[in-house]
Design a protein around this ligand. Structure first.
Ligand code: MN
Length: 319
């Protein structure tokens, strides 16, 4: 997905102890003929990172009528991050400048590592199911890997822990000694806790990681806090387990990782080290360099917005 608003805030130190910080998402309309409404929970001014997770949009369920174009995000570039596409309803067709064309479906993971640079488009494919919903997440790459060669992974079969009424899917990192095949560049964790009915479960956590829980559908109680759809609960560090409970169907995304301390600047669809890196990425996209074309998308690529008139300041998280 493409971020339409420039963002350069990096705030919120990694809590050293367990906390319960409830962060409601905000409504954002992405570009397109009719716009596409999402709920953005990361970054926010008080909390811009959870581990290396630096961006989280959730959307849906969107009921697509026959003449509705659904999701339609034209070719756009990324640098310095990984994109994670996670669906709970519908299909999204990904095309990128490495030549990958891949439809992702619920329960599958599309992971795109931008590194030095890649361009992609995302759209509802022809014949798509009538309902669309899911999450678009970004992971910041650490300094030592920020310029890694771009690559794309599709993981149709992720490890799952199945209990009566609740299934935990490991998207990134590991749970109970079972690891996701997704390649990550920092110590990271991501999982979906899907309640099919009223149930209670406990997920083991790493006390050195910070965590957050984001409700994708329905509602759930996380560490005793009622979490409505689209809200994020920041959980801090120092936990070895987390209790989750639901009174009926619902889905919660757990995001976590080693606190990410490298200073970064986020602007448009780029993560960079400083202002000059962002300017260079923008110039390369505008001049048709670095990122390469995306073939097969029916429409023009997204132009980069104008840079702010002041320098973008990299901000390290306060410790
Ligand atoms: Mn994107």
């Amino acid at each position: 997905m493409s971020n339409t608003a420039p963002l350069d805030q990096v705030g919120g130190s990694a809590a050293t102890a367990p906390v319960r910080e409830l962060l409601p998402g905000r409504d954002v309309v992405l570009g397109g003929v009719r716009g596409f409404a999402v709920t953005r929970t990361l970054p926010q001014r008080p909390r811009s990172l959870i581990g290396a997770w630096c961006f989280a949009d959730t959307y849906g369920p969107v009921h697509l009528v026959p003449d509705d174009e659904g999701m339609r995000v034209p070719p756009h570039p990324h640098t310095g991050l990984q994109t994670v596409t996670w669906l709970i309803d519908g299909d999204v067709l990904h095309r990128d400048s490495l030549g990958n064309t891949r439809t992702v479906r619920p329960g599958q993971l599309n992971l795109m590592t931008a590194g030095h640079g890649i361009a992609h488009s995302e759209e509802s494919p022809p014949g798509r199911p009538p309902v669309l919903g899911g999450a678009q997440l970004w992971v910041a790459l650490p300094d030592r890997h920020r310029d890694v060669a771009a690559h794309f992974e599709h993981h149709p079969d992720l490890p799952r822990r199945v209990e009566p009424g609740v299934t935990v899917t490991v998207i990134a990192g590991e749970l109970d000694g079972v690891a996701s095949p997704a390649r990550t560049y920092t110590a990271l964790f991501g999982a979906e806790v899907a309640f099919e009915s009223a149930a209670l479960t406990q997920v083991p956590l790493d006390p050195d990681f910070e965590y957050g829980a984001l409700t994708l559908a329905g509602s759930a109680e996380v560490d005793g806090v009622a979490l409505p759809t689209g809200a994020l609960l920041y959980l801090g560090r120092g936990r070895s387990a987390l209790d989750l409970r639901a009174g009926g169907p619902g889905r919660v995304l757990l995001l976590g990782g080693e606190p990410f301390d490298d200073p970064i600047v986020m602007w448009w669809n780029f993560v960079g080290r400083d202002h000059d890196a962002i300017v260079a990425a923008r110039e390369d996209w505008t001049a048709g360099r670095r990122f390469g074309p995306v073939h097969g998308y029916d429409g023009a690529a997204l132009p980069a917005p104008a840079l702010p008139t002041t320098r973008l300041l990299p901000r390290a998280r306060p410790r």
